[in-house]
Structure formats: structure tokens, C-alpha cells
Design a binder for this molecule. Structure first.
Ligand SMILES: Cc1ncc(C[n+]2csc(CCOP(=O)(O)OP(=O)(O)O)c2C)c(N)n1
Ligand SMILES: [Mg+2]
Length: 582
């Protein structure tokens, strides 16, 4: 058989079910071989979108995502999404066509391996017709077992050559790795001694399916529970859930984490975002980290105690070791009541800055959100009239998001793009569990959110997909709106439209730099959505949300684009944290 056919047969034989891509001559045969083997092919309109779809799908399913691209520009177009996947440790296999070794003058010739490794992906190659089957198996298993993004170069001459029908050798099941006894005893000792322990669980805890084990251990030692942004939703429903630690933490969560005497990162890198550059770690607090990847321990900050081991297995071992030893603990009925009252951002008072004049959802308070930088409005003035004819009015993004949180069904799949706006959906929209939140911020690229929302939606067909985008990111990734329509995804696309690259406006505005390069005239994004075949609504105040309610009532037969003309007098409070990281 042809190598291209063998590649498809091997991948479906290994369990591949879904492949995203843009097909050109170089990946035509491999893609069709995958389809012949039973895989579903999802066509994107831009390879950057295809890469993000595969990334979003793999994050949510936990399975190896597959991306199929044409040689040369097909791969370079996909690189930003591939970089996000590689930095997020998404298990992703990129089937990248490549020119024949002898085609030294081909327009499509690039150094695929150098490109892959430069962004932190693994480079693989179909080295010869005789080795091709082994090469593709190695690439797939590397992605799967090591949670790596692998770019497999598939030279056209090798693809077109003949090979023996593939045989997939059995691979023994790989069990999660148990921690050393000494490490277990150290961590159990630290937990038994702690008065105010806090667990911060990250992507590794989510991947290990460790919620129940973490909760049992936390119950035993009286720990409070928090997550990194990437694992948001992991402890949803627990009375001890502080939600996200870091820039998005509520004032209460920040207060309680800072007062902890022991912080344990579980499959969590405790990076500058999750720990607010270390400011969430109080003086004298002990920091422990549990991770099955030894290179993750202490990678972002010094830790007092490091445990190499699977999160769930470590939890169980520490719980067994703790048994009988009294733990102090952070928990009290008063604290539980406080978490109940102040544990969500929507419970924190703020001053509604909306200019719609139709009443505000926020309560007048000191405004936890008022700490942002001061700058003029990011917009350029009145835009096209909204349905209420209130041409210049704008809605406060917090009021908008709280209203959406009330309107949208609880069973939702939320994906968030990057930008100043991103805290609003991350903080004010609740999610039913950790696999209902797709947060692609490892490369801090804008424009990935819509496509990753498509991948996440396909991975969670039972949940209403919600893509939260800035106007900049939405217009950057707009070609995939056609994909949302074509796939008939009942997606709600919320665009936080400040008619600007708001992050840059708020970054440079306070120092009085010229901002003409980062501001734009109003764009009618609802009409753009309608042009693609979506329903489109412009929202300038809470009253404009009536069509959203109608759309939700059904039949949801086309996606809904909400162009929310938002206020942006001040930058988001979490953004100041981001600027420290630049
Ligand atoms: C691909 C890419 N280009 C540029 C940037 C720099 N950048 C960061 S945030 C931002 C503005 C994003 O604008 P928008 O999507 O409207 O969100 P907003 O900040 O206005 O909320 C830009 C240009 C980036 N992060 N990624
Ligand atoms: Mg914007």
C-alpha cells in the first residue's frame, strides 16, 4: 500500500477519531486515508484556526488532537496555534506535508524540524517508506504519553512510495507514577502541621481526574481549594472552593490564599499568573508542589517541598499517611458562610459604568474593579445605532457578563480569547466543571479563541458553546465564523467590543502615548456575523439582551453573535498584573 494510506490506517488503528485541517495537495491523501479509516475530518478556513480547533478539542477530550496541513504555508499558517498547544502541553499530532528531500528549489521548502523545535514542539519525520509506520506510531505515542505537541513532517516522495501493510505492535498500558514514600511522609507532615493549608490545582490535577481524591485529602486536613485559570471549575460545587487563584482571584480568595501557611500546587506550575508574581504567597508560608513531571517542580518559583508523582496517587498516599494525625485546618462555619457570600465575582459590589441609562445591575460600592489604570474611553465615539436606537450608549462588561451568566444554560462550554476583556468571562461566567472551560493563554496570542471554541464545542456536544472574544481577536480569527455556521454549532459568540486593542490602550494610555495605532472606528460586528449566516445582535444596554433570550429559547439553528459595545473607561484590574509579565 502507499505510505499515505498506511499513515491514515495506523492513526485510526491507534484510536484517532477526529482530524482538523485545511487540505492541499500535500495532505490530501493522508487526510482521505484517515477518513477511510473512520475518522471525522473537520475543515477549517485557515490553518491557524484548524490548529486551535485541534488544540481545543484535545484539551477538552484529553485525547490526542490531530491536525492535517499542506506543506510550507499550510504549516507556517498553523504555527501560532501549534505554539499555544506546545506551550500548554496539549497532546497534539501535526501531520505536516513536506517537500521531497530532493526538491531543494521548491517554493514550499522550509526547515520543518527547526520550526517545530523553535516553538517547543517535538519534531518527527517519515524518514523512509520502510520506517514510516514506526515513525508515525512513535510520533503519536510521544504526543499521547508525554502530552507533547509533535510535528510530523511527511515528505511527498515518502508518502507516494509503497510500504508493507502496517502492523501496530501492542503497547503496554502506562500507569501513572507513584510518589516516593519519603516525599509522601514529608507532605503529610507538612499538612498535619499546617493551620491554614490551601490547595491550588492546575492542569495536571484536571488531567489526572483527581477532584475526588483532592477533596478527600482537603477534607482530612482542612484545606481550602483553588485552581489555576486553566483548571477553572475543577472544584465547582464544593463549599470550600475559592475558584481561581491569581489575577482573576476574588478579593476573598486573594485574602485567604495570602494568609495560608501552606500552599500546595497540585499539577500546577504556580507561575506568575497563578501566584500574582508571588504576592499571593504570604511571608513564611511553606510552598509544596506535586507534579508527575520532574522538570515542572520549582520551575517557576522556589518550593520548599517537591513531590514527583501523579496527583491522584499522591493524594491517596498522603491521605493514608495522614490517617489518625490531627490536622489543624483552615475551615470554620464562619469561613464557609463568607465563601458562600463573597466567593464569586458577581457577589462583589461594583459601580456600573454603563452609559445606557436603563438601570444598572451593579450595586454602588467602592468597586473592586476600580483599581485599574485611568485613561480616556477606548472607543472613538458613537457607533451604529443599537436596536434601542441609543447610538452612543455602552454596557459595562461586568453587567453584561453577569446578565449572560443568568441567561445562559448552566451546561455550557466557555472558551476565552486573549485581551483586556478576558477576565470578564473568566471571572463572571460560571462553568459546570473543569472540562467546560478552555483557556488558551500559554502563548498570550489574540485571535485563537473562536477556533478553540469550535474544537471545544465538538468535544462537548451536550453543552452550549460560548466563545468570549475581544473585537480585535474576533476580527483576527473571523474566517472561522464560516466554520461555526457550516458545522451548525449552536454557539454564542460574545464580542467585548471596545473598538480598540484595549489592552494596549490601557497599557500605554496612562503615560499619555499616542493611541491612534490601537484604536479603530466602530465596526458592526453583528452585521458581519449575519453576513456569515449567524444571528447577530448589538448590545448597548441590558435591555438589548432580549434577542439573546429569544435565541436561547430555540431552535438555535444558527450561531448567535453578540456585538457588545462595552465601556472601557479604565483598564481591567487583572491587566496590571499582565503588564508586569511583559
Ligand atoms: C497575535 C497577537 N498580536 C498582538 C498581540 C498584542 N495584543 C495583546 S492584547 C491586544 C489587543 C486585543 O484586542 P481585543 O481582542 O479587542 O481585546 P481588548 O484588549 O480590546 O479587550 C493585542 C494587540 C497579541 N497578544 N497577539
Ligand atoms: Mg478590543
Amino acid at each position: 500500500m502507499l505510505v499515505s494510506e498506511a499513515v491514515g490506517a495506523v492513526l485510526t488503528g491507534l484510536g484517532a477519531t477526529t482530524v482538523f485541517g485545511v487540505v492541499g495537495s500535500g495532505n490530501f491523501h493522508v487526510t482521505n486515508a484517515l477518513i477511510a479509516g473512520g475518522a471525522r475530518f473537520v475543515a477549517a478556513r485557515h490553518e491557524g484556526g484548524a490548529a486551535c480547533m485541534a488544540d481545543g478539542w484535545a484539551r477538552v477530550t484529553g485525547e490526542v488532537g490531530l491536525l492535517s496541513v499542506h506543506q510550507g504555508p499550510g504549516l507556517t499558517n498553523a504555527m501560532t496555534g501549534i505554539t499555544e498547544a506546545a506551550k500548554s502541553r496539549t497532546p497534539l499530532l501535526v501531520l505536516a506535508a513536506d517537500v521531497a528531500g530532493s526538491a531543494v528549489r521548491s517554493n514550499f521548502r522550509i526547515d520543518v524540524a527547526a520550526l517545530a523545535t523553535s516553538v517547543g514542539a517535538e519534531a518527527g519525520r517519515l524518514h523512509s517508506p520502510g520506517s514510516a509506520v514506526a515513525d508515525v506510531i512513535r510520533a503519536y505515542r510521544t504526543a499521547q504519553a508525554q502530552r507533547r505537541t509533535v510535528v510530523l513532517a511527511m515528505p511527498l516522495d515518502v508518502q507516494a512510495a509503497h510500504c508493507d501493510p502496517p502492523v501496530i505492535p501492542p503497547s503496554p498500558p502506562l500507569r501513572p507514577c507513584a510518589p516516593a514514600m519519603e516525599s509522601v511522609a514529608e507532605l503529610a507532615g507538612a499538612l498535619a502541621a499546617a493551620q491554614r493549608p490551601v490547595f491550588v490545582a492546575g492542569r495536571g490535577a484536571r488531567a489526572a481526574g483527581a477532584r475526588a481524591d483532592l477533596e478527600r485529602l482537603a477534607d482530612a486536613c482542612g484545606a481550602l481549594l483553588a485552581t489555576s485559570a486553566a483548571a477553572k471549575g475543577l472544584f465547582r460545587g464544593s463549599p470550600w472552593d475559592l475558584d481561581v487563584s491569581g489575577g482573576f482571584a476574588t478579593p476573598l480568595a486573594a485574602e485567604l490564599i495570602t494568609a495560608a501557611d501552606l500552599i500546595v500546587g497540585w499539577g500546577c506550575s504556580l507561575n506568575m499568573w497563578t501566584m500574582r508574581h508571588g504576592r499571593l504567597i504570604g511571608p513564611g508560608a511553606t510552598v509544596a508542589q506535586v507534579d508527575d513531571d520532574v522538570s515542572a517542580i520549582g520551575a517557576h518559583r522556589a518550593v520548599d517541598l517537591g513531590v514527583v508523582g501523579d496527583v491522584a496517587l499522591t493524594c491517596r498516599a498522603v491521605l493514608a499517611d495522614l490517617a489518625g494525625r490531627p490536622g489543624g485546618g483552615y475551615r470554620s462555619p464562619e469561613l464557609q458562610a463568607r465563601i458562600g457570600r463573597e466567593g464569586r465575582w458577581r457577589d462583589v459590589p461594583y459601580a456600573d459604568e454603563g452609559t445606557h441609562g436603563s438601570g444598572s445591575a451593579g450595586t454602588a460600592g467602592t468597586g473592586a474593579g476600580s483599581a485599574g489604570t485611568q485613561d480616556g474611553a477606548a472607543g472613538t465615539g458613537a457607533g451604529p445605532d443599537g436596536p434601542d436606537g441609543d447610538g452612543g450608549a455602552r454596557i459595562d462588561p461586568r453587567t453584561l457578563t453577569i446578565a449572560l451568566d443568568d441567561l445562559l444554560p448552566a451546561e455550557r462550554m466557555v472558551s476565552v480569547d486573549s485581551g483586556n476583556f478576558m477576565g470578564y468571562p473568566s471571572m463572571f461566567l460560571s462553568v459546570p466543571d473543569a472540562s467546560a472551560f478552555c483557556f488558551t493563554q500559554a502563548y498570550q496570542s489574540i485571535g485563537l479563541g473562536l477556533a478553540s471554541a469550535i474544537g471545544a464545542a465538538l468535544a462537548q456536544p451536550g453543552r452550549l458553546p460560548v466563545a468570549a472574544l475581544g473585537d480585535g481577536g474576533a476580527l483576527m480569527g473571523v474566517s472561522e465564523l464560516e466554520t461555526v455556521v457550516r458545522l451548525r454549532l449552536p454557539m454564542v459568540i460574545v464580542v467585548y467590543d471596545d473598538e480598540a486593542y484595549g489592552a494596549e490602550v490601557h497599557h500605554f494610555g496612562p503615560d499619555r502615548h499616542p493611541l491612534d495605532t490601537v484604536r479603530f472606528p466602530p465596526a458592526d460586528i453583528a452585521a458581519i456575523g449575519r453576513g456569515f449566516g449567524c444571528a447577530g445582535v448589538t448590545v448597548r444596554g441590558p435591555a438589548d439582551l432580549a434577542p439573546v433570550r429569544e435565541w436561547l429559547a430555540g431552535p438555535r439553528d444558527r450561531p448567535l453573535v453578540i456585538d457588545a459595545k462595552i465601556t472601557s473607561a479604565s483598564g481591567s484590574w487583572w491587566l496590571e498584573e499582565a503588564f508586569r509579565g511583559h
